[in-house]
Design a protein around this ligand. Sequence first.
Ligand SMILES: C=C(O[C@@H]1C=C(C(=O)O)C=C[C@H]1O)C(=O)O
Length: 361
Amino acid sequence: MLFASGEEAYIAHAVRHTSEVPDGADPAWADAVVAELEPGERALCALSFAAGAPGLAHFVTGAEHALQRPEADTTVERTYQVTEFPTPDEYAAMVAAALEKIANGDLHKVVLGRCLDVVSTPPLVPAEIIDRLLTTRPGRYVFSVPLDSSTDGEGPILVGASPELLVRREGAVISCTPLAGSVPRSSDAEEDLRRAAGLQESAKDLAEHAFVVEAIVHALKDVCVEIEYPATPELLSTDTVWHLATPIHARLADPVDGPSALRLAQLLHPTPAVGGVPTAAANAVIADLEGDLRDWFAGCVGWVDRYGDGEFAVTIRAAVMDGPRLRLFAGAGIVAGSDPASEVRETGAKLATMARVTGLP
Ligand SMILES: C=C(O[C@@H]1C=C(C(=O)O)C=C[C@H]1O)C(=O)O
């Protein structure tokens, strides 16, 4: 079990117990988790996408380890049976349906996702995937968190390499780096830079991005002062996509009794990077068009300590491993001007991050 950020990986050595709740958005639960933490412990947490869906916290002790660098790859030959659902055509139809609702004025933005279900023979080995995640680091925030209290590696495990910081609290200092507005990378260096430059000038992507920054700044205003962020987004790249990114910094108005990192994650999540605008209308469209495929995806994952410090990433570029089965998820923001075929390509590029890590051809 681990959560890695930047050049360090916090690896849990022992689990005291696991708290599972039916509603991960419950503020009383977040406060109880922090109050229950013992000196030297962290709670490694995962929250689902929306209010009213599960959350869990593992009370762990562990240590920071320097990042390991690749050694010999011990990949075993495997065969994979892959099912796409919805299929790319069905996903394009979902995007078209969302665009109709946007044109009707029902909402401004909605993020829609699709999945790959993989059955591997022989079964995937969690330790192998986690090693590869740590050594290849396709995203800044690497995580491996069991999704129930069976921390012996037998139950489902959420793994991934998210590029997106939902929120970090270090004392009174708060940071968020929302991403929204993306384009697949190219293996041709010149074309790759052209795509990045195009993204920075795309009115559609800048609008898609602005919704997220606006929502986060609005939510931070309730608990923070000195909220600072650049007027135009920066570029951030992963192994497969370019993103627009806005680093936001703020100070907690009340550093003594102010919200913990877990409580801040609840206050901010889900942002329109994974939900939409307005929130309720977008959530209804997601439930209607996606069904329940989201599960723990597009949630948030991270840690909090007994002082309230901690760090949460958005659960994207992620997979759920369960024995021989693996489910990958990727979503994309839909706004006026989005094109269904481009959204299929964008989600394909996002799926490729974890597909590569798991050895899929
Ligand atoms: C939903 C995902 O990504 C989110 C959506 C983005 C977009 O629509 O441009 C960009 C980054 C993430 O906030 C995902 O990767 O599954």
